[in-house]
Design a protein around this ligand. Structure first.
Ligand code: 6LW
Length: 498
């Protein structure tokens, strides 16, 4: 059976996975977006369905005034004695915490804080002991993967924080995960940073506390030496055994806009790479230590179909699952109906690191047609292709006393483009159809009224890329209303991926 990567498309970075009975569960980082920590389930590691989020209440996470790409960093999901745990970092407050639930389809607990620094926390359970790991420095100031034992009921540290492995020498040692396989302890980590030098390394030991012996051929997985290959940034992996006893790595990577164009705007996505153990208990991964856009695997039944949703509408998405807000929204400004959205603007604009009236869905592939009908009753509203408050492309309808205009405006750092605009005589009940046609290298903008389609310019995707904007997120297709008094109705929304 052949499967294609990514297995989860769009900005869903830092995946972590666990298996309970015949179901796999996966979580991702979410930064300034709310709800936080998207949660997925799968029966085959190939087809994933989002079932909710882990952080759904402001009492669990405070996102107000955090910077873009601050907030919720990489999580780890684990299961022990009937309870799910997700541990993560609020990178803005530099606090590590975990939450738990006994019902994966329900609410999660309030945070339990652990007094160990670093990021990318991991939990490892063995009998009645619980080990907490993260990167950073131990109590003696020694850098590396740092481990302590905790009381899982309170989060209290039971032992000092000790560095148990210092990696293979790459910069930014992070994303530790501990496993016990055939009586040995395996410690996985990412090195090189989450860009073009990213790689996965590991070591093993006869004790959970080490000393750890590094895999002799580290990195076990990286694409850093594949020049001219559009799949890059491979790392931040979690190891999982499937129901047939085969091993896999679920990890992040990103797709450049072209073989030789080192820009990615869709964010870091979730990839699946096969793993093979040798008779000495070392494992290798992928195609000669690299991951590919597609794998042929006799491990998966030929009957398995990799489904892909190509059309997203108000009707076939769930406001509480597929959509997200910037930081904590004022829900009084949102009326979410099955096939209609009413928005009321507030004082925050898209150019501020706050919570404008905005609801978004992650762009999941390069080629798409995005459209919706928009009635602006007052002020300004529209569609934004949003990377952060300094990098977004907006297609909006502005209504004032002189009438209506459709405006295309590009914000790229400190540069604001000269607006591309078209004036319309529109009465209050008339709507404009806004259309954005997305391709690998550009977006093209259109307005359509009474079957007349008017082009409103184009813009390159690379200026919304992580390489230009920085940070850890990806483009989110946002519907917004801007300014106090702005009111608008969105309908017939659709994203048709091609
Ligand atoms: C994540 C860490 C990282 O926690 O970036 O660059 C952080 N590496 O593994 C956010 O994705």
């Amino acid at each position: 059976m052949r499967y294609n990567n990514p297995v989860i498309k769009g900005f869903y970075p830092d995946p972590s996975v666990c298996k309970v009975d015949d179901t796999y569960y996966l979580v991702c980082s979410s930064f300034q977006y709310f709800p936080g920590i998207p949660l997925f389930e799968s029966k085959d590691l190939i087809n994933w369905k989002q079932i909710g989020h882990c952080l759904t209440r402001p009492t669990q996470i405070q996102l107000e005034q955090i910077s873009s790409s601050g907030g919720v960093f990489a999580p780890t999901i684990r299961y022990d004695q009937g309870r799910f745990y997700v541990t993560t970092t609020n990178d803005t407050t530099r606090q590590n915490f975990y939450i738990w639930t006994d019902n994966i389809y329900g609410e999660w607990s309030e945070p339990v804080f652990v007094d160990q620094g670093g990021i990318d926390p991991d939990l490892y359970f063995e009998e009645d002991r619980v080990y907490f790991m993260s990167n950073g420095e131990d109590d003696e100031g020694i850098p590396g993967i740092v481990q302590c034992q905790i009381d899982i009921a309170s989060g209290r540290k039971l032992t000092p924080s000790r560095t148990i492995w210092q990696g293979s020498g790459g910069r930014y040692l992070e994303s530790p995960h501990m496993y016990k396989i055939n009586g040995r302890y395996y410690l996985l980590a990412a090195e090189g940073g989450t860009e073009y030098g990213h790689m996965e390394t590991y070591a093993r030991s006869h004790s959970v506390n080490g000393p750890f012996e590094a895999y002799p051929l580290n990195p076990v997985l990286t694409n850093r030496n594949l020049g001219g290959y559009e799949l890059q940034g491979v790392g931040h992996a979690d190891l999982i055994e499937d129901r047939q006893g085969n091993w896999w790595l679920l990890h992040l990577a990103f797709r450049q806009i072209g073989r030789w164009q080192t820009y990615h705007h869709l964010g870091r996505e979730v990839f699946l790479t096969p793993v093979t153990f040798d008779e000495e208990g070392w494992f290798t991964a992928g195609h000669e230590g690299t991951t590919l856009m597609t794998f042929e695997s006799d491990r998966l039944p030929d009957s398995l179909i990799q489904a892909e949703q190509k059309l997203y509408t108000f009707d076939n998405t769930d406001w509480n699952i597929d959509w997200c807000y910037l930081r904590h929204p004022s829900f009084a400004n949102y009326t979410l109906e099955p096939n209609r959205l009413l928005l009321r603007g507030n004082e925050t604009t898209l150019n501020e690191a706050g919570s404008p009236t905005f609801i978004g869905i992650r762009q999941k592939d390069f080629d798409a047609e995005i459209s919706c009908d928009l009635q602006v009753h007052a002020g300004q509203a529209g569609i934004t292709l949003y990377m952060d408050e300094q990098h977004h492309y907006d297609l909006s309808v502005d209504r004032d006393d002189s009438g209506c205009k459709v405006i295309q405006q590009l914000t790229i750092g400190s540069i604001r483009s000269i607006p591309n605009e078209a004036a319309f005589a529109l009465d209050n009940n008339q709507s404009v159809t806004l259309i954005i046609r997305a391709e690998r290298e550009r977006y093209r903008f259109f307005a359509c009224i009474e079957d007349q389609e008017i082009p409103l310019g184009s813009a390159q995707t690379k200026y919304l890329s992580s390489e230009v904007a920085g940070g850890f997120t990806g483009v989110v297709i946002g519907l917004y209303a801007s300014g106090i008094g702005s009111t608008a109705t969105f309908s017939n929304f659709q994203i048709q991926y091609i």
